[in-house]
Write a protein that binds this ligand. Structure first.
Ligand SMILES: CC(C)=CCC/C(C)=C/CC/C(C)=C/CC/C(C)=C/COP(=O)(O)OP(=O)(O)O
Ligand SMILES: O=P(O)(O)OC[C@@H](O)CO
Ligand SMILES: [Mg+2]
Length: 274
């Protein structure tokens, strides 16, 4: 019998290994009670504000992560943006993708979002099938994420683009069951998002209900544009908060957010008497 000749793969397997595991970092932070914050940089808005200034201020105020992404990306700037952040800092860069076109191996991690609050099969599994071979080769740290949109008081870009209905903001039980399903399906992070620029952020009772329902780290974003809103989300059980528009519009929000986050991280002084 003739043996089939072994074909050489057209492309070599990637040798790049991501330097981080975001879910391991967030899980260990959660276990030690440490809270963190990420600054969201939208490649579509790069010409609209001084992006390098935002990065250096975020670094000065010890932002834990940079999220890079948007529902739409209308120009080829994402890669340059990542390179620019790398020039300024070692802070991990996480892609927050709107679709499979946004995969870029030059980042550290990518949130593999499955939009489990909606019933759009393309965003539950379709994009993932298309992206799987590229993701496998990318060397990126891939973070399986239960992504849930929560009604933030107005139509947001994400709910329009995703053609999905967000979870009702006053039904914490529905949110808790949805988050539980995501965790049982093996997703490593739970992300509650009121949508970028939301009029009202994810309500505290809804965050608390999800906190009680799952053990995964919880990320909360959308409409966090004051220190008080950041405090409320963290106090209700968020492990990581994500701030985009608020910082784009007002850099002075950065020290405020950083102050709130670190107030949760200051441990009470131990009793030193023996
Ligand atoms: C399979 C891969 C690689 C990705 C799947 C991607 C999925 C399922 C995305 C879910 C739906 C979606 C469109 C998410 C986008 C989230 C995001 C990056 C929001 C950032 O805010 P913008 O929506 O750009 O807000 P602005 O209106 O403020 O620009
Ligand atoms: O732009 P903002 O309103 O901060 O929202 C960011 C949010 O989409 C991240 O979850
Ligand atoms: Mg955008």
């Amino acid at each position: 019998m003739q043996s089939t000749p072994q074909r050489k793969p057209l492309l070599p397997n990637t040798t790049k290994q991501s330097r981080i595991s975001l879910s391991a970092i967030l899980t260990s932070y959660k276990e030690s009670g440490r809270k963190s914050f990420a600054v969201l940089l939208d490649p579509d808005k790069v010409g609209q504000y001084d992006f390098t200034e935002t990065v250096s201020r975020a670094v000065a105020h010890q932002a834990d992560f940079f999220f890079v992404g948007g529902s739409l990306i209308t120009d080829y700037v994402q890669r340059d943006m990542i390179a620019q952040i790398r020039q300024q800092t070692d802070t991990p860069i996480i892609i927050f993708p709107g679709n499979s076109l946004h995969i870029d191996p030059s980042a550290d991690s990518i949130l593999l979002l499955s939009l489990i609050s909606g019933r759009n099969p393309d965003l539950l599994i379709g994009q993932h099938v298309i992206a799987a071979p590229l993701l496998k080769r990318s060397g990126l740290d891939i973070v399986s994420t239960a992504y849930m949109l929560v009604d933030g008081g107005a139509q947001t870009t994400v709910s329009y683009i995703s053609n999905t209905m967000p979870l009702p903001h006053d039904k914490p039980g529905v949110a808790a069951c949805t988050a539980m399903a995501g965790e049982l399906l093996g997703m490593k992070l739970t992300y509650l998002d009121a949508g970028s620029g939301a009029r009202r952020p994810v309500p505290a009772p809804l965050i608390s209900a999800v906190r009680q329902a799952v053990d995964t780290p919880i990320v909360v974003g959308g409409g966090i544009n004051t220190g008080e809103k950041a405090y409320d989300a963290l106090q209700a059980g968020a492990d990581l908060i994500v701030v985009g528009n608020g910082i784009e519009q007002n850099l002075d929000l950065l020290p405020e957010i950083a102050g709130v986050v670190s107030s949760f991280n200051i441990k009470p002084i131990q009793n030193l008497h023996v």
